[in-house]
Design a protein around this ligand. Structure first.
Ligand code: GAP
Length: 518
Protein backbone atom coordinates (compact mmCIF):
# COMPACT_ATOMS: atom_id res chain seq x y z
CA UNK A 1 0.00 0.00 0.00
CA UNK A 2 1.30 3.49 -0.83
CA UNK A 3 2.44 5.29 2.31
CA UNK A 4 0.07 8.18 1.58
CA UNK A 5 -2.92 5.81 1.50
CA UNK A 6 -1.71 4.14 4.68
CA UNK A 7 -1.58 7.51 6.42
CA UNK A 8 -5.10 8.41 5.29
CA UNK A 9 -6.38 5.09 6.61
CA UNK A 10 -4.61 5.62 9.88
CA UNK A 11 -6.23 9.04 10.38
CA UNK A 12 -9.65 7.56 9.57
CA UNK A 13 -8.99 4.68 11.98
CA UNK A 14 -8.12 7.12 14.79
CA UNK A 15 -11.50 8.78 14.34
CA UNK A 16 -13.56 5.62 13.88
CA UNK A 17 -12.16 3.97 16.99
CA UNK A 18 -12.24 6.92 19.39
CA UNK A 19 -8.56 7.86 19.38
CA UNK A 20 -8.44 11.35 17.84
CA UNK A 21 -11.15 13.78 16.70
CA UNK A 22 -10.84 17.09 14.88
CA UNK A 23 -11.44 19.86 17.42
CA UNK A 24 -14.80 21.67 17.08
CA UNK A 25 -15.80 19.21 14.37
CA UNK A 26 -19.51 20.14 14.35
CA UNK A 27 -18.43 23.71 13.49
CA UNK A 28 -16.27 22.37 10.62
CA UNK A 29 -13.17 22.10 12.78
CA UNK A 30 -10.35 24.34 13.93
CA UNK A 31 -7.16 23.98 11.91
CA UNK A 32 -4.35 22.05 13.58
CA UNK A 33 -6.20 21.53 16.85
CA UNK A 34 -7.33 18.05 17.88
CA UNK A 35 -9.22 16.31 20.69
CA UNK A 36 -8.38 12.89 22.07
CA UNK A 37 -11.23 10.40 22.41
CA UNK A 38 -11.88 7.66 24.94
CA UNK A 39 -8.99 5.44 23.81
CA UNK A 40 -6.72 8.30 22.73
CA UNK A 41 -6.68 9.83 26.19
CA UNK A 42 -5.74 6.46 27.73
CA UNK A 43 -2.89 5.97 25.26
CA UNK A 44 -1.72 9.52 25.88
CA UNK A 45 -1.78 9.02 29.64
CA UNK A 46 0.23 5.82 29.27
CA UNK A 47 2.84 7.56 27.09
CA UNK A 48 3.16 10.28 29.70
CA UNK A 49 3.52 7.72 32.48
CA UNK A 50 6.20 5.85 30.50
CA UNK A 51 8.15 9.07 30.07
CA UNK A 52 7.60 10.42 33.60
CA UNK A 53 8.45 7.21 35.45
CA UNK A 54 11.50 6.52 33.27
CA UNK A 55 12.92 9.87 34.38
CA UNK A 56 11.45 10.90 37.71
CA UNK A 57 11.05 7.45 39.29
CA UNK A 58 14.12 5.76 37.90
CA UNK A 59 16.59 8.62 38.35
CA UNK A 60 17.16 9.71 41.93
CA UNK A 61 18.44 13.05 40.69
CA UNK A 62 15.47 13.94 38.47
CA UNK A 63 12.38 15.54 40.03
CA UNK A 64 9.10 16.82 38.60
CA UNK A 65 7.42 20.19 38.25
CA UNK A 66 4.09 21.57 37.07
CA UNK A 67 4.48 25.26 36.27
CA UNK A 68 1.73 27.58 35.02
CA UNK A 69 1.10 28.22 31.32
CA UNK A 70 0.86 31.98 31.89
CA UNK A 71 4.17 33.51 32.87
CA UNK A 72 5.58 36.99 33.29
CA UNK A 73 5.96 38.47 29.77
CA UNK A 74 9.59 39.44 30.37
CA UNK A 75 10.43 35.73 30.52
CA UNK A 76 9.84 35.53 26.76
CA UNK A 77 12.03 38.55 26.17
CA UNK A 78 14.81 36.97 28.24
CA UNK A 79 14.48 33.60 26.53
CA UNK A 80 14.80 35.21 23.09
CA UNK A 81 11.35 34.11 21.93
CA UNK A 82 9.97 37.64 21.45
CA UNK A 83 12.81 38.54 19.09
CA UNK A 84 13.83 35.26 17.54
CA UNK A 85 11.08 32.62 17.69
CA UNK A 86 10.31 33.01 14.02
CA UNK A 87 9.72 30.84 11.00
CA UNK A 88 10.42 32.03 7.45
CA UNK A 89 7.14 32.14 5.55
CA UNK A 90 6.40 32.44 1.85
CA UNK A 91 3.07 32.79 0.02
CA UNK A 92 2.07 31.46 -3.34
CA UNK A 93 0.38 34.33 -5.16
CA UNK A 94 -1.92 32.09 -7.19
CA UNK A 95 -3.25 29.71 -4.55
CA UNK A 96 -2.89 32.31 -1.74
CA UNK A 97 -1.51 29.44 0.34
CA UNK A 98 1.18 30.10 2.91
CA UNK A 99 4.21 27.84 3.41
CA UNK A 100 7.32 27.63 5.53
CA UNK A 101 10.19 28.34 3.17
CA UNK A 102 12.52 26.00 5.07
CA UNK A 103 9.98 23.16 4.93
CA UNK A 104 9.54 23.56 1.16
CA UNK A 105 13.32 23.18 0.78
CA UNK A 106 13.50 20.26 3.23
CA UNK A 107 10.75 18.51 1.25
CA UNK A 108 12.80 19.05 -1.90
CA UNK A 109 15.82 17.44 -0.21
CA UNK A 110 13.61 14.54 0.89
CA UNK A 111 12.65 14.05 -2.78
CA UNK A 112 16.32 13.58 -3.74
CA UNK A 113 16.75 11.16 -0.82
CA UNK A 114 13.66 9.22 -1.93
CA UNK A 115 15.02 8.95 -5.49
CA UNK A 116 18.29 7.51 -4.16
CA UNK A 117 16.39 5.08 -1.92
CA UNK A 118 14.26 3.94 -4.86
CA UNK A 119 17.36 3.19 -6.97
CA UNK A 120 18.84 1.18 -4.10
CA UNK A 121 15.62 -0.79 -3.56
CA UNK A 122 15.38 -1.58 -7.30
CA UNK A 123 18.99 -2.78 -7.40
CA UNK A 124 18.52 -4.83 -4.25
CA UNK A 125 15.68 -6.71 -5.92
CA UNK A 126 17.68 -7.18 -9.12
CA UNK A 127 20.91 -8.46 -7.56
CA UNK A 128 19.50 -10.36 -4.57
CA UNK A 129 21.99 -11.68 -2.00
CA UNK A 130 25.02 -10.60 -4.00
CA UNK A 131 24.02 -6.91 -3.72
CA UNK A 132 26.74 -4.64 -2.33
CA UNK A 133 24.94 -1.46 -1.29
CA UNK A 134 28.07 0.54 -0.43
CA UNK A 135 29.57 -0.15 -3.83
CA UNK A 136 26.29 0.58 -5.62
CA UNK A 137 25.75 4.00 -4.05
CA UNK A 138 29.34 5.02 -4.70
CA UNK A 139 29.28 4.07 -8.41
CA UNK A 140 25.75 4.20 -9.83
CA UNK A 141 25.50 7.33 -12.06
CA UNK A 142 21.85 8.11 -11.17
CA UNK A 143 22.53 7.80 -7.43
CA UNK A 144 25.65 9.95 -7.75
CA UNK A 145 23.80 12.63 -9.72
CA UNK A 146 21.03 12.84 -7.12
CA UNK A 147 23.52 12.80 -4.25
CA UNK A 148 25.40 15.69 -5.85
CA UNK A 149 22.20 17.72 -6.20
CA UNK A 150 21.27 16.90 -2.61
CA UNK A 151 24.69 17.90 -1.21
CA UNK A 152 24.70 21.15 -3.15
CA UNK A 153 21.20 22.05 -2.03
CA UNK A 154 21.96 21.09 1.57
CA UNK A 155 25.07 23.30 1.61
CA UNK A 156 23.18 26.32 0.27
CA UNK A 157 20.27 25.75 2.64
CA UNK A 158 22.43 25.51 5.77
CA UNK A 159 24.33 28.65 4.82
CA UNK A 160 21.12 30.59 4.18
CA UNK A 161 19.68 29.48 7.54
CA UNK A 162 22.82 30.32 9.46
CA UNK A 163 23.06 33.74 7.79
CA UNK A 164 19.27 34.27 8.27
CA UNK A 165 19.36 35.16 4.57
CA UNK A 166 15.69 35.32 3.52
CA UNK A 167 16.52 36.47 -0.04
CA UNK A 168 18.70 33.40 -0.56
CA UNK A 169 16.00 31.11 0.84
CA UNK A 170 13.61 32.44 -1.81
CA UNK A 171 16.27 32.09 -4.50
CA UNK A 172 16.77 28.43 -3.59
CA UNK A 173 13.02 27.83 -4.01
CA UNK A 174 13.16 29.55 -7.42
CA UNK A 175 16.34 27.73 -8.55
CA UNK A 176 15.00 24.34 -7.48
CA UNK A 177 11.78 25.10 -9.40
CA UNK A 178 9.68 24.21 -6.37
CA UNK A 179 5.99 24.53 -7.18
CA UNK A 180 3.01 25.18 -4.93
CA UNK A 181 1.31 21.80 -4.32
CA UNK A 182 -2.12 23.48 -4.71
CA UNK A 183 -1.77 25.79 -7.72
CA UNK A 184 1.23 24.08 -9.30
CA UNK A 185 2.73 27.53 -9.96
CA UNK A 186 6.11 29.06 -9.09
CA UNK A 187 4.62 32.49 -8.43
CA UNK A 188 6.15 33.14 -4.97
CA UNK A 189 6.21 36.24 -2.74
CA UNK A 190 9.30 37.30 -0.81
CA UNK A 191 10.22 35.32 2.31
CA UNK A 192 9.31 37.04 5.62
CA UNK A 193 9.83 36.19 9.28
CA UNK A 194 6.76 35.27 11.33
CA UNK A 195 6.70 35.06 15.15
CA UNK A 196 5.04 31.87 16.36
CA UNK A 197 3.89 32.98 19.79
CA UNK A 198 0.20 33.42 20.59
CA UNK A 199 -0.53 36.41 22.78
CA UNK A 200 -3.46 37.56 24.86
CA UNK A 201 -4.13 40.18 27.50
CA UNK A 202 -4.21 39.80 31.25
CA UNK A 203 -6.12 42.39 33.27
CA UNK A 204 -9.70 43.63 33.32
CA UNK A 205 -9.34 47.14 31.89
CA UNK A 206 -7.54 48.30 28.81
CA UNK A 207 -5.31 50.62 30.89
CA UNK A 208 -4.14 47.87 33.21
CA UNK A 209 -4.02 45.09 30.63
CA UNK A 210 -0.68 43.45 30.05
CA UNK A 211 0.24 41.56 26.91
CA UNK A 212 1.11 38.01 27.88
CA UNK A 213 1.98 34.93 25.85
CA UNK A 214 0.78 31.37 25.75
CA UNK A 215 4.01 29.47 26.37
CA UNK A 216 5.58 28.08 23.19
CA UNK A 217 7.66 25.60 25.24
CA UNK A 218 7.40 24.33 28.81
CA UNK A 219 11.15 24.70 29.38
CA UNK A 220 11.06 28.31 30.59
CA UNK A 221 8.79 27.32 33.50
CA UNK A 222 11.60 25.00 34.58
CA UNK A 223 14.34 27.61 34.24
CA UNK A 224 12.54 30.22 36.31
CA UNK A 225 11.88 27.62 39.03
CA UNK A 226 15.37 26.17 38.95
CA UNK A 227 16.48 27.77 42.23
CA UNK A 228 13.16 27.05 44.02
CA UNK A 229 13.51 23.35 43.24
CA UNK A 230 17.25 23.21 43.91
CA UNK A 231 16.95 24.87 47.31
CA UNK A 232 13.68 23.28 48.52
CA UNK A 233 14.78 19.82 47.33
CA UNK A 234 18.41 20.33 48.43
CA UNK A 235 19.38 19.09 44.99
CA UNK A 236 23.03 18.58 44.13
CA UNK A 237 24.28 19.22 40.62
CA UNK A 238 24.00 17.28 38.32
CA UNK A 239 20.21 17.07 38.62
CA UNK A 240 17.19 17.33 36.37
CA UNK A 241 13.69 18.84 36.45
CA UNK A 242 11.01 17.19 34.33
CA UNK A 243 7.70 18.66 33.28
CA UNK A 244 4.74 17.68 31.10
CA UNK A 245 2.40 20.37 29.86
CA UNK A 246 0.67 22.21 27.06
CA UNK A 247 2.53 24.46 24.64
CA UNK A 248 1.14 26.69 21.89
CA UNK A 249 2.59 27.78 18.56
CA UNK A 250 0.90 29.66 15.77
CA UNK A 251 2.34 27.29 13.16
CA UNK A 252 2.29 28.74 9.64
CA UNK A 253 1.59 25.43 8.06
CA UNK A 254 -0.09 22.85 10.19
CA UNK A 255 0.06 19.55 8.37
CA UNK A 256 0.11 15.82 8.78
CA UNK A 257 -2.62 15.37 11.35
CA UNK A 258 -1.26 15.62 14.91
CA UNK A 259 2.35 15.97 13.74
CA UNK A 260 2.30 19.77 13.74
CA UNK A 261 -0.38 21.32 15.91
CA UNK A 262 -1.13 24.78 17.23
CA UNK A 263 -1.92 23.45 20.70
CA UNK A 264 0.13 20.46 21.77
CA UNK A 265 1.77 18.86 24.75
CA UNK A 266 5.46 18.59 25.57
CA UNK A 267 7.47 16.39 27.92
CA UNK A 268 10.65 18.28 28.71
CA UNK A 269 13.54 17.71 31.06
CA UNK A 270 16.25 20.24 31.84
CA UNK A 271 19.38 18.65 33.29
CA UNK A 272 21.64 21.06 35.18
CA UNK A 273 25.36 20.27 35.00
CA UNK A 274 28.71 21.91 35.84
CA UNK A 275 30.05 24.17 33.04
CA UNK A 276 32.37 22.22 30.76
CA UNK A 277 30.66 18.86 31.32
CA UNK A 278 27.62 19.63 29.14
CA UNK A 279 28.79 17.90 25.97
CA UNK A 280 29.48 14.69 27.85
CA UNK A 281 26.00 14.82 29.41
CA UNK A 282 24.59 15.63 25.97
CA UNK A 283 25.98 12.29 24.70
CA UNK A 284 24.67 10.43 27.77
CA UNK A 285 21.14 11.77 27.33
CA UNK A 286 21.21 11.11 23.59
CA UNK A 287 21.88 7.47 24.29
CA UNK A 288 19.37 7.18 27.15
CA UNK A 289 16.59 8.79 25.16
CA UNK A 290 17.26 6.62 22.09
CA UNK A 291 17.02 3.53 24.31
CA UNK A 292 13.67 4.78 25.63
CA UNK A 293 12.29 4.89 22.09
CA UNK A 294 13.81 1.61 20.94
CA UNK A 295 12.59 -0.28 24.02
CA UNK A 296 9.08 -0.14 22.53
CA UNK A 297 10.18 -2.73 19.98
CA UNK A 298 9.13 -1.15 16.69
CA UNK A 299 12.58 -1.86 15.18
CA UNK A 300 15.87 -0.02 15.65
CA UNK A 301 16.01 0.85 11.94
CA UNK A 302 12.96 3.09 12.39
CA UNK A 303 15.02 5.64 14.37
CA UNK A 304 17.95 7.85 13.59
CA UNK A 305 19.72 10.90 14.97
CA UNK A 306 19.71 14.04 12.88
CA UNK A 307 22.14 16.73 14.00
CA UNK A 308 20.84 20.26 13.56
CA UNK A 309 22.07 22.19 10.53
CA UNK A 310 21.39 25.47 12.29
CA UNK A 311 21.87 25.68 16.03
CA UNK A 312 19.24 27.64 17.96
CA UNK A 313 20.41 30.86 19.59
CA UNK A 314 20.82 29.07 22.95
CA UNK A 315 22.57 25.82 21.93
CA UNK A 316 26.14 24.58 21.47
CA UNK A 317 25.02 21.12 20.33
CA UNK A 318 21.65 19.79 19.18
CA UNK A 319 20.26 16.67 17.64
CA UNK A 320 16.83 15.26 16.84
CA UNK A 321 15.65 11.72 17.28
CA UNK A 322 13.77 11.03 14.07
CA UNK A 323 11.25 8.29 13.45
CA UNK A 324 10.25 6.89 10.09
CA UNK A 325 6.61 8.00 9.77
CA UNK A 326 4.55 7.01 6.69
CA UNK A 327 5.60 10.43 5.31
CA UNK A 328 9.32 9.86 5.95
CA UNK A 329 11.86 10.33 8.75
CA UNK A 330 10.75 13.26 10.94
CA UNK A 331 11.66 14.70 14.32
CA UNK A 332 10.01 13.27 17.40
CA UNK A 333 12.37 14.54 20.07
CA UNK A 334 15.02 17.22 20.37
CA UNK A 335 18.11 16.96 22.58
CA UNK A 336 19.87 20.25 23.09
CA UNK A 337 22.91 21.44 24.98
CA UNK A 338 21.48 24.84 25.94
CA UNK A 339 24.66 26.13 27.62
CA UNK A 340 24.01 28.66 30.43
CA UNK A 341 22.07 30.89 28.01
CA UNK A 342 18.67 30.70 29.70
CA UNK A 343 19.77 30.99 33.34
CA UNK A 344 22.24 33.78 32.52
CA UNK A 345 19.58 35.65 30.62
CA UNK A 346 16.98 35.27 33.40
CA UNK A 347 19.58 36.52 35.89
CA UNK A 348 20.13 39.57 33.75
CA UNK A 349 16.45 40.37 33.12
CA UNK A 350 15.16 39.57 36.63
CA UNK A 351 18.14 40.93 38.56
CA UNK A 352 18.04 37.76 40.74
CA UNK A 353 21.03 35.45 41.12
CA UNK A 354 20.47 31.95 39.74
CA UNK A 355 23.75 30.43 40.82
CA UNK A 356 24.69 27.14 42.37
CA UNK A 357 27.11 26.87 45.27
CA UNK A 358 29.30 23.83 44.79
CA UNK A 359 30.19 22.55 48.29
CA UNK A 360 33.13 20.55 46.94
CA UNK A 361 34.94 23.43 45.24
CA UNK A 362 33.44 26.21 47.39
CA UNK A 363 32.59 28.09 44.20
CA UNK A 364 29.43 29.64 42.78
CA UNK A 365 28.49 29.15 39.16
CA UNK A 366 25.56 29.33 36.77
CA UNK A 367 24.89 25.72 35.70
CA UNK A 368 24.85 24.60 32.08
CA UNK A 369 21.80 22.75 30.82
CA UNK A 370 21.15 19.71 28.67
CA UNK A 371 17.53 19.46 27.57
CA UNK A 372 15.47 16.55 26.29
CA UNK A 373 12.20 17.67 24.71
CA UNK A 374 9.56 15.47 23.13
CA UNK A 375 6.01 16.12 21.95
CA UNK A 376 3.38 13.83 23.47
CA UNK A 377 1.26 14.12 20.33
CA UNK A 378 4.14 13.29 18.02
CA UNK A 379 5.02 10.31 20.19
CA UNK A 380 1.35 9.28 19.95
CA UNK A 381 1.51 9.51 16.16
CA UNK A 382 4.76 7.53 16.13
CA UNK A 383 3.17 4.73 18.13
CA UNK A 384 -0.06 4.62 16.15
CA UNK A 385 1.84 4.67 12.82
CA UNK A 386 4.10 1.83 13.90
CA UNK A 387 1.28 -0.19 15.44
CA UNK A 388 -1.28 0.06 12.59
CA UNK A 389 -1.36 -3.15 10.59
CA UNK A 390 -3.68 -4.70 8.02
CA UNK A 391 -3.50 -8.47 7.92
CA UNK A 392 -4.93 -11.31 5.87
CA UNK A 393 -5.71 -14.34 7.98
CA UNK A 394 -5.95 -17.88 6.66
CA UNK A 395 -8.53 -19.82 8.63
CA UNK A 396 -8.43 -23.54 9.48
CA UNK A 397 -10.78 -24.39 6.57
CA UNK A 398 -8.44 -22.58 4.13
CA UNK A 399 -10.68 -19.55 3.63
CA UNK A 400 -9.29 -16.08 4.26
CA UNK A 401 -10.36 -13.14 6.35
CA UNK A 402 -8.81 -9.77 7.06
CA UNK A 403 -8.30 -7.69 10.14
CA UNK A 404 -6.96 -4.29 11.15
CA UNK A 405 -4.93 -4.56 14.30
CA UNK A 406 -3.14 -1.97 16.39
CA UNK A 407 -0.04 -3.78 17.61
CA UNK A 408 0.49 -1.40 20.49
CA UNK A 409 3.10 -2.25 23.10
CA UNK A 410 0.91 -3.90 25.77
CA UNK A 411 2.24 -1.52 28.43
CA UNK A 412 0.82 1.43 26.46
CA UNK A 413 -2.43 -0.13 25.18
CA UNK A 414 -5.51 1.79 26.39
CA UNK A 415 -7.47 -1.35 27.28
CA UNK A 416 -5.45 -4.28 28.62
CA UNK A 417 -8.09 -6.97 28.37
CA UNK A 418 -11.62 -7.52 27.17
CA UNK A 419 -13.93 -10.01 28.88
CA UNK A 420 -16.52 -11.85 26.76
CA UNK A 421 -19.22 -14.25 27.88
CA UNK A 422 -19.69 -16.71 24.99
CA UNK A 423 -23.47 -16.16 25.12
CA UNK A 424 -25.84 -13.84 26.94
CA UNK A 425 -27.49 -16.66 28.89
CA UNK A 426 -26.85 -19.69 31.14
CA UNK A 427 -25.18 -17.58 33.82
CA UNK A 428 -22.17 -16.76 31.57
CA UNK A 429 -22.57 -12.95 31.80
CA UNK A 430 -22.70 -13.17 35.61
CA UNK A 431 -19.56 -15.31 35.72
CA UNK A 432 -17.81 -12.94 33.29
CA UNK A 433 -18.77 -9.95 35.44
CA UNK A 434 -17.39 -11.67 38.57
CA UNK A 435 -14.03 -12.29 36.85
CA UNK A 436 -13.91 -8.77 35.46
CA UNK A 437 -14.72 -7.34 38.87
CA UNK A 438 -11.54 -8.94 40.23
CA UNK A 439 -9.35 -7.81 37.34
CA UNK A 440 -10.57 -4.23 37.04
CA UNK A 441 -8.69 -3.27 40.21
CA UNK A 442 -5.45 -4.04 38.36
CA UNK A 443 -6.14 -3.32 34.70
CA UNK A 444 -8.26 -1.19 32.39
CA UNK A 445 -10.79 -3.85 31.28
CA UNK A 446 -13.72 -3.83 28.91
CA UNK A 447 -16.82 -6.03 29.02
CA UNK A 448 -18.56 -7.00 25.76
CA UNK A 449 -21.41 -9.42 25.17
CA UNK A 450 -22.86 -8.15 21.88
CA UNK A 451 -22.16 -9.86 18.50
CA UNK A 452 -20.26 -13.04 17.71
CA UNK A 453 -16.94 -13.74 19.42
CA UNK A 454 -15.21 -13.23 16.04
CA UNK A 455 -16.65 -9.72 15.67
CA UNK A 456 -15.74 -8.89 19.25
CA UNK A 457 -12.15 -10.01 18.59
CA UNK A 458 -11.96 -7.74 15.52
CA UNK A 459 -13.22 -4.75 17.49
CA UNK A 460 -10.63 -5.27 20.21
CA UNK A 461 -7.88 -5.84 17.60
CA UNK A 462 -8.76 -2.48 16.07
CA UNK A 463 -8.45 -0.81 19.47
CA UNK A 464 -5.21 -2.67 20.21
CA UNK A 465 -6.35 -4.66 23.25
CA UNK A 466 -3.62 -7.25 23.92
CA UNK A 467 -5.84 -9.89 25.58
CA UNK A 468 -9.39 -11.19 25.15
CA UNK A 469 -10.83 -13.53 27.77
CA UNK A 470 -13.78 -15.77 26.87
CA UNK A 471 -16.03 -17.30 29.48
CA UNK A 472 -17.92 -20.39 28.25
CA UNK A 473 -19.87 -23.30 29.67
CA UNK A 474 -16.70 -25.10 30.70
CA UNK A 475 -15.83 -22.10 32.88
CA UNK A 476 -18.91 -22.81 34.96
CA UNK A 477 -17.65 -26.35 35.57
CA UNK A 478 -13.92 -25.91 36.18
CA UNK A 479 -13.21 -22.14 36.37
CA UNK A 480 -11.02 -22.21 33.24
CA UNK A 481 -11.24 -19.53 30.53
CA UNK A 482 -9.65 -18.98 27.14
CA UNK A 483 -7.12 -16.19 26.83
CA UNK A 484 -6.52 -14.99 23.28
CA UNK A 485 -3.33 -13.13 22.39
CA UNK A 486 -3.85 -10.17 20.02
CA UNK A 487 -0.74 -10.49 17.80
CA UNK A 488 -0.46 -14.28 17.42
CA UNK A 489 -4.25 -14.84 17.82
CA UNK A 490 -3.19 -17.94 19.78
CA UNK A 491 -5.60 -19.13 22.45
CA UNK A 492 -4.76 -20.89 25.72
CA UNK A 493 -7.07 -22.42 28.27
CA UNK A 494 -6.13 -21.51 31.83
CA UNK A 495 -7.63 -21.26 35.30
CA UNK A 496 -9.05 -17.76 35.60
CA UNK A 497 -7.09 -17.05 38.82
CA UNK A 498 -3.89 -17.21 36.73
CA UNK A 499 -5.05 -14.29 34.54
CA UNK A 500 -3.73 -11.53 36.73
CA UNK A 501 -0.19 -12.89 36.86
CA UNK A 502 -0.02 -13.66 33.11
CA UNK A 503 -1.42 -10.29 32.05
CA UNK A 504 0.57 -8.32 34.62
CA UNK A 505 3.82 -9.74 33.32
CA UNK A 506 3.01 -8.59 29.78
CA UNK A 507 1.44 -5.18 30.40
CA UNK A 508 3.77 -3.91 33.10
CA UNK A 509 6.23 -1.16 32.16
CA UNK A 510 8.91 -2.92 34.17
CA UNK A 511 10.38 -4.74 31.14
CA UNK A 512 10.65 -1.46 29.22
CA UNK A 513 12.40 0.20 32.14
CA UNK A 514 14.80 -2.73 32.51
CA UNK A 515 15.72 -2.47 28.82
CA UNK A 516 16.49 1.24 29.18
CA UNK A 517 18.54 0.66 32.35
CA UNK A 518 20.69 -2.09 30.70
N1 GAP B 1 12.24 23.40 24.54
C1 GAP B 1 12.77 23.01 23.29
C2 GAP B 1 11.76 22.87 22.25
O1 GAP B 1 10.61 23.25 22.43
P1 GAP B 1 11.38 22.03 19.81
O2 GAP B 1 12.29 21.20 18.94
O3 GAP B 1 10.85 23.28 19.26
O4 GAP B 1 12.22 22.29 21.13
C3 GAP B 1 10.40 19.93 20.99
O5 GAP B 1 10.17 21.13 20.30
C4 GAP B 1 9.43 18.86 20.58
O6 GAP B 1 8.09 19.33 20.73
C5 GAP B 1 9.53 18.43 19.12
O7 GAP B 1 10.52 17.46 18.94
C6 GAP B 1 8.14 17.89 18.85
O8 GAP B 1 8.04 16.55 19.30
C7 GAP B 1 7.27 18.76 19.73
N2 GAP B 1 6.64 19.82 18.93
C8 GAP B 1 7.17 21.02 18.59
N3 GAP B 1 6.30 21.75 17.86
C9 GAP B 1 5.19 20.99 17.74
C10 GAP B 1 3.92 21.18 17.11
N4 GAP B 1 3.62 22.30 16.48
N5 GAP B 1 3.01 20.18 17.17
C11 GAP B 1 3.29 19.03 17.84
N6 GAP B 1 4.46 18.81 18.46
C12 GAP B 1 5.40 19.76 18.42
Amino acid sequence: MAQEDLFKKLVAHCKEYGYVFQSSEIYDGLAAVYDYGQYGVELKNNIKKYWWDSLVRLHENVVGLDSAIFMHPTIWKASGHVDAFNDPLIDNKDSKKRYRADVLIEDQMAKYEAKIKKEVEKAKKRFGDSFDEAQFVSTNPRVLANQEKLDKLHGRFVKALNDSDLVELRQIIVDEEIVCPISGSKNWTDVRQFNLMFSTEMGSTSESANKIYLRPETAQGIFVNYLNVQKSGRMKIPFGIAQIGKAFRNEIVARQFIFRMREFEQMEMQFFVPPGSELEWFETWKETRMKWHRALGFGDEKYRFHDHDKLAHYANAATDIEFEFPFGFKEVEGIHSRTDFDLESHQEYSGKKLQYFDPETNKNYVPFVVETSIGVDRMFLQIISAAYSEETITKEDGSTDSRVVLKLPPALAPVKLAVFPLTKKDGLPEKARTIMHELKFEFNCQYEEKDSIGKRYRRQDAIGTPFCITIDHQTLEDDTVTIRHRDSMKQDRIHWTKLQEIIQEKVSMRKLFETIAE
